[in-house]
Design a protein around this ligand. Sequence first.
Ligand code: ADP
Ligand code: MG
Length: 243
Amino acid sequence: AGINFDNFDKIEIHVTGKGSDDFDQIKTFEEAELRDFLLNNVKKSGYKKPTPIQKRAIPIIMGKRDLMGCAQTGSGKTAAFVLPILNTIMNDKDTLNPGKPQCLIVAPTRELVIQIRDEAMKFASGSYVKVALAYGGAASRYQSENIVQGCHVLVATPGRLMDFVNKGVISFDDLKFLVLDEADRMLDMGFRDTIDKVCNHSTLNKDSLTIMMFSATFPDEIQRLAAQYLRNYLFLTVGIVGG
Ligand code: ADP
Ligand code: MG
């Protein structure tokens, strides 16, 4: 997987949904109006210009609209959601409460949650923003201690996440962003139940929550999932997305 910068400007981007024209496409990271701190870290990471999904998704997420994003693997989806989320968290400066993350990112595997955490840390490093991990196959004590001490962003696999929710380690009272990454793979792996439990959780405050789903494919089950949990959402596709 990787990004072919040669074909960058030829890739088609479509956004549909009510008010899709309200959000301009950014051509540079500067145009995204990210805080200087984040812009600096973007530059330090060697990112010279936004990928197609980043161009459209960053302004939409800064505007706190629910979003269903479909783009192939390697197209830069992680930074597309991580940057506007970190920007909002840093702008709001809301009190960090124990066990109550402000952003929850759910992804299907341990490998993926670690990659997402690493990408988030690249941009958050040097700031006060705390990013914690929860995944199975490792002792839960260290993970739960980090969560209980307080984390702005929690990146979790479905199994370990529900473990912690059921044990009362995590609650969703302070959540303002929920990201379901690689949603198609999560359904293939049988995590539909967990997704339902998270999205219907009694501690979720839906009025102040922005939900995003990302997927490489867009089969019927993904369409139904988006219709069920996203509200007044925009649908963003990059290139040709198979069903
Ligand atoms: P996806 O989630 O769509 O599969 P990733 O977010 O994992 O893609 O990104 C794939 C790779 O591209 C990663 O190594 C990431 O660091 C890199 N990348 C993302 N955005 C940019 C960019 N704007 N410029 C250069 N590299 C980027
Ligand atoms: Mg990804």
